[in-house]
Design a protein around this ligand. Structure first.
Ligand code: SER
Length: 338
């Protein structure tokens, strides 16, 4: 967990953080991490769904909040006196291709409402962008921080519009907006919903449950990925970074590892003997993955706010399998140490 440190004591005594989309894959873990770091009462989790997990609900304040309702946002913000927003409510890439209208509504209009509220209430805002902001005309190897951005998906269009909108609110109104371009996020607490990179989470669950997985991407599809503890650290470190050093604040390339489905399957086989992967390609998600970087250059984040991931593919694989094996009752599970 990302625990408090001496430097953040003065800060945490003042912070009041509001998280949208707090029940999602990133939100559930970010909420708990921020509560641990800044104090439970300083972190207000919000979502359009009620949390199914009782311990989440009991861990601190929760509000029902629809980001498409601007008055609702300002009401919740004024009740809780929020000064920072982590705006995570969004529709992911594969769902966005099925429901482009909803993706636009949530990802662009929802963000606009949040930025407007932040402007009125003088809040800092973190917004996750994505590898989805790149497209086929982008250099896909060592993708630079500043490069061609012509995304082919509605998700990518909305995320790119979001980067620009955040930058506009910073430049025009002085709102302290900050963001990262996240790759696929791998975690075991809450599954992602409707993304192109979801295979890298599903594969672990299926490996533990059935020792086999049918992958919807080609075996040689290379994509950037990150283990959740690194993703949490990226968000917190960026929001605590010295603003004077943030030249590319909306938004930074960040990555921790880059692999293909066949490379990940080979790694899993080291711990789950007999694990088998087969392939049944989904043309929609394959086309999306093909238009995204093979690996990003995240040197701007490293230079400007000290980004440095801790988990590579090997450490992440071991972490995922250890937790999931225990959770599924495999006390005698053969984790082969190397
Ligand atoms: N994980 C996201 C998706 O696959 C990318 O940001 O949609």
């Amino acid at each position: 967990m990302y625990a408090p440190d001496a430097n953040c004591n003065w800060w945490s005594s003042m912070k009041r953080i509001l998280i949208t989309g707090a029940i999602g894959q990133i939100g559930t873990e970010l909420t708990m991490a921020l509560r641990q770091r800044y104090g439970a009462d300083h972190v207000i989790a919000t979502d359009i769904r009620m949390p199914a997990d009782r311990s989440f609900l009991e861990s601190g304040p929760f509000e029902f909040l629809d980001v498409l309702d601007p008055h609702h946002i300002t009401r919740v913000m004024s009740i809780h006196q929020a000064d920072t927003i982590y705006h995570l409510a969004a529709i992911l890439s594969a769902v966005g291709e099925n429901r482009p209208n909803q993706a636009w509504q949530v990802n662009v209009n929802g963000l606009y409402n949040v930025l407007e509220a932040a402007r009125q209430y003088h809040c800092a805002v973190f917004v996750p962008s994505s590898i989805g902001v790149f497209g086929n005309s982008t250099p896909l190897d060592r993708t630079p921080q500043v490069t061609i951005q012509r995304p082919e998906t509605m998700y990518g269009v909305t995320k790119l519009a979001g980067e620009l909108l955040c930058q506009y609110y910073f430049r025009r109104f002085g709102v302290d907006t900050r963001g990262v371009r996240f790759p696929g996020i791998i975690s075991y607490e809450t599954e992602p919903g409707g993304g192109t990179t979801d295979y890298a989470v599903e594969i672990f669950i299926e490996a533990i449950k059935h020792k086999k997985y049918t992958c919807y991407l080609r075996p040689d599809t290379s994509l950037d990925m990150m283990y959740m503890p690194d993703a949490i650290r990226a968000m917190v470190d960026l929001m605590e970074a010295d603003p004077d050093r943030l030249e590319h604040r909306n938004a930074y390339n960040v990555t921790a590892m880059s692999f293909t489905p066949s490379e990940l399957a080979r790694e899993i086989t080291q711990y789950v003997p007999g694990f088998a992967i087969e392939y049944q390609i989904d043309p929609v998600r394959q086309a999306i993955a093909d238009s995204w970087p093979n690996s990003m250059d995240d040197s701007a984040a490293r230079t400007e706010w000290g980004w440095r991931p801790e988990f590579d593919m090997r450490a992440m694989t071991r972490g995922m399998l250890e937790v999931l094996a225990k959770r599924h009752g495999h006390t005698d599970f053969r984790l082969v140490s190397r």
